[in-house]
Design a protein around this ligand. Structure first.
Ligand code: TYM
Length: 329
């Protein structure tokens, strides 16, 4: 073993992977591969906390793996695997359910409240328990760092609490992980309603831009994005949330700095700004899709098989240690 820190993160293969997940999470992973031992999962057992069509789910699992590769995750450096291939994740979830987490912890989770809406009583137990599966993902690999978007912060905090609680009972079993959240781009907002976050599960596709969207369609979505009152391009999240969000997307996908963009657009209107942004998004998508389309299904299969083998070894070792500590082995 080297003494690099371990980094773990994942994406659910649900809905259509959009630029928000790319900006908030995946884009920062790529740069971290040299410095850390990285493990990236396609978290399919998280996806089934909401009903999925089996055929669509199968396709989306492959799609997320291809997106990882196209984004620049290198399977020679990082482990890429499908969560359900490693049963230790669900086994550890059970142990954490029993020893590490209380009903009151999960009752506080804002994402559960958002997703279950008014129907909390009829939501699945899986949806309620989702953050514990996420904690298991993280803790199983002695993870130090978890790069995620802002919406996952509360879940990582819970993983920290669970780790501390179990360490208190059984000695130092778990590394206490830390979230890494970008200063800019950790919360990309919806194009038509900048008060809501851009989300894969949004039924209105005009709110988000998928990485695999048709390029002309993506441009149209930018042109249709809502703007704020007034006409100046300034970065003010409170007063101009729509423009602040579009500036963030521009800066992130176009590799620019927001203050510089604001300067460049002084005296210009929303329409010029959106036209340029549409081109930036189009160029980004076009480059991305060119890389994506070069990756074969066979390559993805091989990467996932190899990744599962590597993850399995680490996971089994850790799970045995935990089973031993709690007295079942
Ligand atoms: P998921 O699949 O919803 O999202 C994947 C990643 O994208 C980030 N993200 C965003 N970032 C910026 N702006 C947005 N509007 C936006 N929407 C999503 C998410 O924060 C996330 O980083 N529970 C996780 C997956 C998971 C996981 C884990 C992550 C399961 N186990 C262990 C880290 C470690 C989720 O549902 O992400």
């Amino acid at each position: 073993m080297d003494n690099k820190k371990t980094l773990f993160s994942g994406v659910q293969p649900s809905g259509r992977f959009n630029i928000a997940g790319y900006i908030g999470a995946v884009s920062q992973w790529v740069k971290m591969q040299e410095k850390y031992n990285c493990i990236f999962s396609i978290v399919d057992y998280h996806a089934i906390t909401i009903k999925q069509d089996p055929q669509v789910l199968k396709r989306q699992i492959k799609e997320v793996a291809k997106i990882y590769l196209a984004a620049g995750i290198d399977p020679k450096k990082s482990i890429i695997f499908q969560q359900s291939a490693i049963s230790a994740h669900t086994e550890l979830t059970w142990i954490l359910n029993c020893y590490g987490v209380r009903m009151s912890d999960l009752n506080k989770m804002t994402q559960f409240k958002d997703k279950a809406g008014k129907n909390q009583e009829s939501a699945s137990v899986g949806l309620f328990d989702y953050p514990v599966l996420m904690a298991a993902d993280i803790l199983l690999y002695n993870t130090n760092l978890v790069p995620v978007g802002e919406d996952q912060k509360q879940h990582v905090e819970l993983a920290r609490d669970i780790a501390k609680r179990i360490n208190f009972q059984f000695g130092d079993l778990f590394v206490v992980p830390q979230a890494i959240i970008k200063e800019e781009g950790a919360r990309i907002m919806s194009l038509l309603n900048p008060k809501n976050k851009m989300s894969k599960s949004d039924t209105n596709q005009n709110n988000s831009i998928a990485l695999l969207d048709d390029i002309d369609l993506a441009k149209k979505k930018i042109m249709k994005a809502v703007t704020d009152s007034g006409s100046e391009i300034v970065y003010d999240k409170e007063e101009k949330p729509a423009i602040a969000n579009l500036l963030t997307i521009y800066a992130q996908l176009g590799n620019r700095e927001i203050p510089r963009l604001v300067k460049d657009y002084q005296g210009k209107g929303y329409s010029d700004f959106k036209k340029d942004l549409a081109e930036v998004v189009a160029k980004f998508l076009s480059d991305f899709q060119t890389k994506y389309n070069k990756i074969s299904d066979k390559e993805v299969e091989d990467v996932l098989n190899e990744g599962a083998k590597r993850a399995e070894k680490l996971a089994k070792y850790k799970l045995d240690e935990i089973k031993n500590a709690i007295g079942v082995k």
